[in-house]
Design a protein around this ligand. Structure first.
Ligand code: IPM
Ligand code: MN
Length: 354
């Protein structure tokens, strides 16, 4: 038996996790995985029920589970809450509480969707990048001050800090991931300005000696942002800090035409955590418009990374490929000549192909 905690959260999180659970049930029946699902709230949904975005009980249940399938958190109605009650706080609590230091965000361009890319087809065809983002350190978790008055002037500040072990473990994850792919790592930093980046660069170069079979490249983050737009196919694995990874992964996500296609895995010391990266998209929530593919592919990553069920993961990924090749499209990727479907129909088409 493997216990999966399902956290739909807010907005489209509710619909897309429902789709992913249906898909998991289908592969469970086919591959005899013995999956068990248990539901918990987080984000705005949890705040409404319990007055906090993440309860200690939820974190505890997650710690004991085999994997977490997470939808999204956030919505306008909670935007003006104090920082520690805001929906995102649930994400940070889970990431930190579960020691999820490595966030894997694969960006793959589907041939069937190439016209949807904002970049020229010849630039993106076959593009396949894995962003490895550090997730529990850096400026997201450093010391900060919301407001202080110095010499009669109000100011606020945040701190970027990385330690050698923090850099080593994320770099190791990147090198290990590259070994299973095209054996190239691009480490991204701002070493021409930031001390924390200079340490990052030194530690990554040192660690590279353990991986002589993997090519290592170093780029400044501003250059990397540009390279992603002009020649994304040069990248295999990109490894970077929490904030640079946040920004670059959003940029990279649109290369394939829609952020609604991109899954993610967060891995570390404890239970693995799997979520689509598009956010809660309140504008389309509850309208059967959301693309469930990102969450369904996140479920495939869950099977691969946390449950060691690669055949079941592959069955899902192949079914998604086939459904797209057969012309099924949710609204945000719809083109003339294709079949326009909603969340539930897309899910059913994928399940029919497993
Ligand atoms: C992400 C999101 C979060 C982040 C937000 C919601 C706090 O943008 O997972 O990329 O910045 O980490
Ligand atoms: Mn982000």
């Amino acid at each position: 038996m493997s216990k999966i905690i399902v956290i739909p959260g807010d907005g489209i999180g509710v619909e897309v996790t429902a789709s992913a659970v249906e898909v998991l049930k289908k592969v469970d029946a086919k591959f005899n995985l013995g999956l068990e699902f248990e539901y918990r709230d987080a984000g705005g949904a949890s705040y409404e029920k319990y007055g906090e975005p993440l309860t200690a009980e939820t974190l505890d249940v997650c710690k004991k589970a085999d994997a977490i399938l997470f939808g999204a958190v956030g919505g306008k109605q909670w935007d003006s809450l104090p920082v520690d009650k805001r929906p995102e706080k649930a994400l940070f609590g889970l990431r930190k509480g579960l020691g999820l230091y490595g966030n894997l965000r694969p960006v793959k361009v589907y041939d069937a969707l190439i016209d949807g890319s904002p970049l020229k087809p010849e630039l993106v065809r076959g593009c396949d990048v894995l962003i490895v983002r550090e997730l529990v350190g850096g400026i997201y978790f450093g010391a900060r001050c919301e407001s202080e008055i110095v010499d009669g002037v109000e100011r606020a500040w945040d701190t970027e800090m990385y330690s050698v072990p923090e850099i080593e473990r994320i770099a190791r994850l990147a090198f290990e991931s590259a070994r299973k792919r095209r054996k190239k790592v691009t480490s991204v930093d701002k070493a021409n300005v930031l001390a924390s980046s200079r340490l990052w660069r030194r530690v990554v170069s040192e660690l590279a000696k353990d991986y002589p079979d993997v090519e290592l490249d170093m780029l400044y983050v501003d250059n990397c942002a540009m390279q992603l737009a002009i020649n994304p196919r040069q990248f295999d694995v990109i490894v970077t800090s929490n904030m640079f990874g946040d920004i670059l992964s959003d940029e990279a996500s649109v290369i394939g035409g829609s952020i609604g296609l991109l899954p993610s895995a967060s891995l570390g010391e404890g239970t693995g955590f799997f979520e689509q990266i598009a956010g809660s998209a309140p504008d389309i929530a509850g309208k059967n418009l959301a693309n469930p593919i990102a969450e369904i592919l996140s479920a495939a990553m869950l099977l691969r990374y946390s449950l060691n069920a690669p055949a079941a993961a592959e069955a899902i990924e192949k079914a998604v490929d086939q459904t797209l090749a057969d012309g099924y499209r949710t609204a945000e990727i719809f083109r003339d000549g294709c079949k326009k479907v909603g969340t539930t129909e897309m899910t059913a088409e994928i399940i029919a192909r497993i």
